[in-house]
Design a protein around this ligand. Sequence first.
Ligand code: T46
Length: 152
Amino acid sequence: MTEVVSESVAGDPVVGRISPCRMVELTEHRDPRGSLTVVESGKEIDFVVRRAYYIHHVPDGAERGAHGHRRLRQLIVAVHGSFEVVVDDGYAQRKFLLDDPSRGLYVGPMIWRDMINFAPGTVGLWLVSETYDASEYYRDYAEFLDDARSIA
Ligand code: T46
């Protein structure tokens, strides 16, 4: 995995909440049979996993995301293939390349995210801290920005 870009936006240098977005080394057990990678609550991640979902068969050029979460925390793993995740805390953006199943990207609450540049055949896995609640999403960037900046 390579962290590819770090760029600031919106002209405000105060960046606080984006920093918890980070790559996490997972525990990989390799032997002649292949690799087994573990994510365990309390070890690689500090939240209890209440839901998992995976994204696959992404058409060429398709992008996903374009939302933020009020409470949800998540670990994102490119189990196969690669894609990029752009995270945005309302002041700055940072882009991570996920291309290694033994590393995951932790994303905390109050972060806008976009998933882009999916390689053909990619399978992405999301381990998240909450059950599904559509009202917990920000789908409107202006609303997200208002709230994100009010708690900075
Ligand atoms: C995220 C990115 C990476 C459910 O019914 N239950 C679920 O747990 C989820 C995640 C989705 N859905 C339904 C809601 C929509 O009708 O599946 C459909 C597609 O979901 P969405 O438009 O939210 O897909 P993405 O890729 O924009 O976002 C999803 C997650 O919602 C989000 O938390 O981080 O994947």
